[in-house]
Design a protein around this ligand. Sequence first.
Ligand SMILES: [Zn+2]
Length: 229
Amino acid sequence: MLAYVRGPPVAVFAGSWLCSKSPVDGTPIALGEPFGDCEVGVARLMSIATSVRIAKQLGVRVFVSEELGEDAVDAAFAGGANGVLEELKYSEGDYKEGAASVLLRPRDLAELVNTVRVIAETHRKPFDVLIAASLDRVHEFAPYVDGVVIVDGWVPVSVGEAGEIPEIRRCVHCGVDYLIYSNPVRRCIYCGRRLSGVIASTRPPRSRAVFRSVFKRYAGVTRLRVKIV
Ligand SMILES: [Zn+2]
């Protein structure tokens, strides 16, 4: 049984297929929170999902490469990824006939915007600008591009042993997870809203549509704290 022990204040759970008990993929998890009975491999998938979510919060479309492997790509979708690079019509470094996007690997902002202008002057065709970058550089480029492909620099997420997985009920409005060790609660003690379960009793299919809908459901959750009851 695992808890989320080190990483950003909110991580995204991914990898339910490696668990006998877990949240639904795409569910945010608070730092310090126990979350499921899983293989430790979920940490890498949570790292990818969390990284995508962090990039999405910069207001940019986020893509990953299928080179990451099927599990990691699904984790990226759980984090809100818009798509897979290889499924786009794109060309790398310069515009090519039929491409909808041009993928660049700029060293800095000046190189990016000047390269884009030169491509425009040469080809006189519309195109979207994508950049391939490490997560820690996405914020530099995000305001100036149509999309980013995260290639590395995934945010570290560590998991550790938990003694038990209590029932966990969440108020999405207040960003509070009630860890029920003694007193069952049905409504949020701060706002009175009905709480929803964090650990899934039934597992939805492993599909991009499901990942997207779970991501959207929790998109507004930017902070999350644990309350023991
Ligand atoms: Zn509440």
